[in-house]
Design a protein around this ligand. Sequence first.
Ligand SMILES: Cc1ncc(COP(=O)(O)O)c(C=O)c1O
Length: 405
Amino acid sequence: MRKSKKDGSGKAHVASTINEPLYVNRPVAVNKQGFLSRFDEIWDARWFTNDGPMVQELEHELAKYLGVGHCVLASNGTAAMGLLIDALGLGGKVVLPAFTFVSTAHLLALRRMEPVFCDIYPDGHDLSVEHCQELLSDETSAVIATHIWGRPAKIESLQALCDEAGIPLIFDAAHAFGTRHGERMIGRFGRAEVFSFHATKLFHTFEGGAVTTECSELAERLRQLRNFGFTEYDQVDCIGTNAKMSEVHAAMGLANLESIESIMMGTRDVYEAYERGLRSIEGLTLARPRSKAETNNYYVPVLVDEAKFGVTRDKLVSVLHSENVLVRRYFYPGSHRLAPYKAIVGDMISLPVTDFVSERIMVLPGGASLTVEDVEAVCSLLERIHLKHADKGDRPPLSDNPGLG
Ligand SMILES: Cc1ncc(COP(=O)(O)O)c(C=O)c1O
């Protein structure tokens, strides 16, 4: 985590220019010693992959942390979701949001299945239960909902819908490590949940992912599939793939898990600083979680209202980039508008909320790699851009930036 910048008096100050790039979800690197000591163990044991002791320990520790029966690690989140789709024998159509990372749609399309894109709610940006219900048919084999921005989807309503339809409910929990829903952690809901432990996630293993589930048979099947279908030496019982996590990746996971409480606290401090800093900036609305207790605070999604703020989302993104604030548009355009899917679904599909949100949302740098002072500098920059463009008279100077013209 970066240290706060303080002046001689010990008081923190807000930088007028941002000298180092601020990234959305810069990888956390906090426990080097914890990683290196495990790396030495791996080196000495010469057990580098194939369900080694670090992978087994991380699976055990994650299952304990998440309060779930089984955690099956994989080489990345996409591979983990692929294993799950195959283990459940899904086919035909699967309902999923268009406002999510495109990896799941790709997995379905690559298996000659049809991704059925569903709209989202304007407040939480998560899968609309009502629209999902409309899209279900006899050919639907599952619903895959995303806990978008690390906040729980409408879990109970979706579960009731899927129970009624007799199909499994899967959650893409790639954003949601460390989030609670009621008394339970995300990871224990639906038939199974899938995490990404990519370097840019709140908890990471450099690259990695996992399926978590309460179902022992499903966990067993996933373990076979991730290792070419082997059940014993020289015995292959099903068609599988290679989706194993290596020992070095698991070692990074164990080191990060040791530090998870301080990572989560640093992340929360950063989010709360944005809550304070963005409050007074007209035209920027922080998309808040439905419940303050049910978020990991990692993502900082902001809706830009061009009429009130003074510039479009896209112009604001380019101005911020030139000022070292590397904000990102998210899930823009929605999956239904990406070339491979546009070719299938055409222009007939109507997902008005997805289109509205993906055209206006901007994600600010968040997470424990930032300091509260970084956030104050970003908010102060946003304020100055707004004042300049909303023509309010008070115009503090910005750095020499042609994008602001
Ligand atoms: C919502 C969502 N789903 C799935 C994935 C895919 O995970 P991975 O990059 O680990 O394959 C990501 C990651 O970037 C994601 O953000």
